[in-house]
Design a binder for this molecule. Structure first.
Ligand code: ZN
Length: 481
């Protein structure tokens, strides 16, 4: 049997199934019981909060035989009875020609939409009430909006409209003022998580509570998103879904990895910070996803500790810096490095002036110049396309070159880690320039003298890089010698 997505299976069948929208389901149950239903509803809310589901339930209820009987008898209906889902009208609802549904955001032509709307003037074929459910109504063309306006101003008998939108401010006031407006709320995490646990129970899957909470948090108020995420994890899992499964399936970074970065930064431990950042990058996530996850994690930590009366100045500083870094990362060719440098800077110990460390002795080597030539040739060659590698001009020091072994020095674990991710490509290119296989080793030494480019102020550095281009220079370190 084909697998049916949870999103489809979890779709509400009665008003009491509408999770997190009790204010709406209660009001609708009262309106249905007293027969005070409107002929035009505007359903407003973020995606995945239950607008279309509610429209379908209401359309069905308007045609349900049992609901109709209760209305005639003056009996008050409970939410769980609306609709009955048993009578002929309910059972045939999904294939009913009297329920017209379309998404205004899809590429339907103006003629198509006009034709669909014009059927409102024809009497329903079988149903009591002919219903129109239009998603993303703010995307409709001017002509279609006018047709709808005409229809809800002077409605033909036995027709009801359900207009759903995520952007109510784009719906013309003339339409808004003629509809009964239903405002859908974002569904709180505390409502989504228990629902997911219940659903998993029904599927005979053990969903861990922390995993359910993580999915609920990611869904950001949308039940549809929550069910889609659970679906993805369910497809990958066996009979158990752990927090780790969720992180892996949805390509998320674990809270532990984020906490490692945060602790290293707050402890002002740059080495630990470098290691934690490198580890985070090894998860394969893009820098902006990691930055986003860091900000979310910091916000969560602050919320968790809100009642403890803690001072969040330090955490706020990290949030601000990472947010700033995110802006700089957009459109930049070196997002990894920007994030890494931001975090390393935050992890720098607060200190008063100390004398600069004595530069470590870079061992003279007969072949050092040849090693540098290979290094700059490769960076110039690869850096044309990859600005991360280009950045190595400012970060790497050629330490030694003997035979086929090139040693590069870096001041920090972080940058060394960035280089290592490109090492293979570097070595392949180096082989081309050297005419033989070159093995690169990486040394981290915080007392290394900076490469010459790094010692210059910005205009001088740009001038030098410009000059290098003009003269096709390949070995700038000679200036430093
Ligand atoms: Zn029914």
């Amino acid at each position: 049997m084909a697998y049916e997505a949870l999103y489809t299976r979890g779709r509400p069948k009665i008003l009491s199934h509408l999770i997190g929208q009790e204010h709406i389901s209660n009001a609708l149950a009262r309106a249905i019981s007293s027969g005070r239903l409107s002929h035009a509803y505007l359903l407003v809310g973020t995606r995945g909060t239950g607008k279309t589901s509610t429209a379908r339930l209401l359309s069905k209820a308007m045609n349900c035989d049992r609901v109709h009987e209760a209305q005639l008898a003056g009996r008050t209906l409970e939410r769980k009875e609306i609709p009955c889902n048993k009578c002929d009208a309910c059972r045939n609802f999904d294939s009913s020609p009297d329920n017209v549904e379309f998404d205004a955001a899809s590429n339907r032509s103006v003629e198509d939409v006009t034709r669909l709307l014009s059927t409102a003037y024809l009497a329903p074929l079988r149903a009591r009430v002919k219903t129109f459910i239009i998603d993303e109504v703010h995307m409709l063309s001017f002509e279609a909006v006018n047709s709808i306006l005409k229809l809800i101003e002077e409605p033909p008998p036995n027709v009801a409209f359900f207009l759903a939108t995520t952007e109510v401010n784009k719906v013309p006031m003339t339409i808004r003022s003629r509809c009964q407006v239903l405002n859908f709320r974002l569904i709180p995490q505390q409502t989504i998580a228990p629902y997911l646990l219940k659903l998993a129970g029904r599927l005979n899957v053990t969903l861990h509570e922390d995993a359910a909470k993580k999915i609920a948090r990611l869904a950001e108020g949308s039940m549809r998103d929550a069910l889609t995420y659970l679906d993805q994890c369910y497809a990958m899992a066996d009979t158990e879904i752990t927090l780790e499964n969720v992180n892996e399936t949805l390509g998320l970074i674990s809270d532990e990895s984020l906490d490692e970065i945060i602790s290293a930064v707050t402890a002002k431990d740059r080495a630990a910070c470098g290691r934690a950042v490198t580890k985070a990058f090894q998860s394969g996530l893009a820098a902006n996803s990691i930055a986003e996850a860091l900000i979310t994690r910091l916000r969560d930590i602050e919320f968790e500790q809100l009642d403890d009366g803690k001072n969040f100045a330090e955490l706020d500083k990290i949030i601000d810096a990472v947010r700033q870094a995110t802006l700089e990362m957009n459109g930049s060719g070196i997002p990894d490095i920007i994030l890494e440098m931001t975090l390393m800077k935050l992890a720098a110990p607060v200190q008063t002036f100390t004398a600069p460390p004595m530069p470590a002795q870079v061992l003279p080597s007969e072949n050092l110049d040849a090693g540098r030539k290979i290094f700059y040739d490769v960076i110039k060659f690869l850096g044309e396309e990859d600005s991360t590698l280009n950045f190595m001009l400012e970060k790497a020091v050629v330490m030694s070159f003997t035979g086929d072994a090139l040693t590069l020095g870096f001041k920090g674990e972080g940058v060394a880690g960035v280089f290592k991710r490109h090492q293979q490509r570097f070595e392949q290119a180096a082989e081309k320039f050297a005419g033989r296989a070159i093995k690169v080793s990486v040394v981290v030494d915080k007392n290394l003298p900076p490469p010459v480019l790094n010692q210059m102020t910005e205009p001088a550095r740009s001038n030098l890089v410009g000059a290098m281009k003009v003269f096709n220079a390949s070995d700038v370190t000679k200036i430093n010698d």
